[in-house]
Design a protein around this ligand. Structure first.
Ligand code: 4AD
Ligand code: MG
Length: 463
């Protein structure tokens, strides 16, 4: 097929008075005397290209007059300066080819605004709307910005496995992967005999690539893994997905402070990159989704993040005079209402809470000298709550094995992880950034189901 320029390039470079061909989908059509105005998009930018189709076209009455929202076409003609308001250039068509019709009586998307709930029911088509198309472009940009950030700093990307035999977070929220016939499970001593399963032992989808990333951090120094992760947690909220993407850097010869510094630098880098490269999309979000978006993005860039200990955070919450649904006391896990009070009400900027009680955090976090807390850090964002969770890792073999035993973990299957402490162990640290939560913050989108193409949540696979 003929290679045609993208509409974004045409709108930027404005190759006037030259013959060009564009291909895309019709956003809308308006008929006037002797001609039709076609608003054409090819997904490359929010703004479409206005195409003017005169009734002298050979197929005007047979094809062009029947076009409707969603039809796929090619338009060939000259690009000229537009006399009308609203666009700088327009294409005067000499030829229009219709690739695909979209009968208006059944095509679900119309020119009007649809609710996000409705759009979720047509997840396979919603990328064609202004808002979901813009989200997809921001997502792609942020993904690229992550790669740039780490590659510029000499980190190596590791592709950690999706199928795993370890439960990194120890929360038991794993999806089992099996090739056994669920109707006829092989039993041994009354339990499923996994020795006859595909891998010869129980396996699941990963909840985090961290443990494997640690192995490579202790070989290559600074690494990151970025990919899909899975959690079978029954959380039907606007911040949880069963399948989500996580970015996990891991650094050898690094402590909690270095970890926090990198995380803060990364978050600022991503927001600055988005502001510089997704201006058109951000303007749409500020206009239709969240008018405070520019101020909230700017606020992250302008301030140092607040850093305070869990113990001090609990004091702040106790002294707040607030009635929380979940009462506050030292030792509790912070709930979303607590996190939001800290980031939105009290400090009104990102907050890093460190040194959580060891009883509420996973086995791999480094035990502090007080023997009560671990070198953990959660980054709380206004409007989002926890966007990053990380820690310095326990690098001392005896302390780590003791904690794993305490947590009831079967040490036999984690010998490889303990080997990392047996042989050439070093202080190391890392964190996980929830990619969808990052996109939510950057776009102002209220529901996490609307920042991933095909959301997977309890009871729903979208398609
Ligand atoms: O705090 P989490 O559970 O940390 C880990 O998994 C560590 N192994 C990361 C590490 O140190 N390498 O998850 C990290 C982040 C959270 O802060 C949150 O942003 C996101 O992942 N996240 C989710 N995002 C969407 N849906 C879910 N169900 C999520 N669970 C966690
Ligand atoms: Mg966490």
């Amino acid at each position: 097929m003929e290679k045609t320029p993208r509409i974004k390039t045409i709108l930027t470079e404005k190759p006037l008075n030259r013959d060009i061909c564009v291909q895309g989908w019709l956003k809308s059509k308006r008929d006037s005397k002797g001609l039709s105005f076609l608003d054409l998009t090819d997904g490359s930018s929010l703004s479409g290209l206005q195409v003017i189709a005169p009734e002298t076209l050979a197929n005007y009455h047979t094809d062009v007059s029947r076009l409707s929202t969603g039809c796929a076409i090619a338009a060939r003609g000259q690009l000229v300066a537009s006399p009308a308001k609203g666009q700088e250039v327009e294409l005067h068509a000499r030829e229009i080819i219709v690739y695909g019709w979209a009968p208006p009586e059944s095509y679900p998307l119309q020119k009007k605004r649809h609710s996000f709930e409705f759009l979720r029911s047509v997840a396979h088509l919603r990328g064609r709307t202004n808002s979901l198309g813009a989200v997809a472009r921001v997502r792609s940009r942020l993904s690229w910005a992550i790669q740039q950030f780490f590659q510029q700093r000499g980190f190596f990307q590791i592709h950690t496995p999706v199928i795993t035999t370890s439960d990194c977070e120890g929360a038991g929220e794993m999806f089992t992967v099996t090739s056994l016939d669920l109707q006829q499970l092989p039993l041994a001593n009354g339990a499923v005999d996994f020795s006859r399963d595909f891998f010869g032992r129980p396996a699941s989808l990963t909840v985090s690539g961290q443990l494997e990333a640690e192995a490579y951090a202790l070989a290559l120094g600074n690494v990151y893994t970025f990919g899909p992760t899975f959690r079978a947690e029954n959380s039907n909220t606007s911040r949880h997905l069963a399948e989500f993407w996580m970015l996990e850097p891991e650094m050898a010869f690094c402590d909690l402070e270095g970890d926090m510094d990198l995380a803060e630098e990364l978050l600022k880098f991503l927001i600055a990159d988005c502001l510089a490269n997704c201006a058109e999309e951000l303007e749409l979000f500020s206009r239709f989704i969240d008018k405070d978006l520019p101020a909230r993005l700017d606020n992250v860039l302008r301030h140092d993040f607040v850093r305070l200990s869990y113990t001090d955070a609990v004091k702040e919450l106790e002294q707040s005079g607030r009635e929380f649904t979940f009462p506050v006391a030292w030792g509790i896990d912070l709930q979303s209402e607590h996190e939001r009070y800290l980031a939105e009400t009290l400090f009104q900027r990102p907050v890093i809470v460190i040194d959580y009680p060891k009883t509420i955090k996973p086995f791999y976090m480094r035990v502090n000298d007080d023997n009560k807390t671990v070198a953990a850090m959660d980054i709380l964002f206004p409007g989002i709550g926890e966007i990053i969770g990380g820690s310095q890792r326990e690098e001392r073999l005896e302390v780590l094995s003791a904690r794993m035993e305490e947590a009831g973990i079967d040490l036999a299957s984690y010998q490889w992880y303990l080997d990392l402490r047996r042989y050439g162990t070093v202080p190391h640290a890392g964190f996980g950034l929830g990619f969808e939560r990052m996109i939510q913050f950057a776009t102002g989108m209220a529901n996490i189901r609307d920042v991933i193409a095909f959301p997977r949540t309890p009871g729903s696979t979208a398609m």
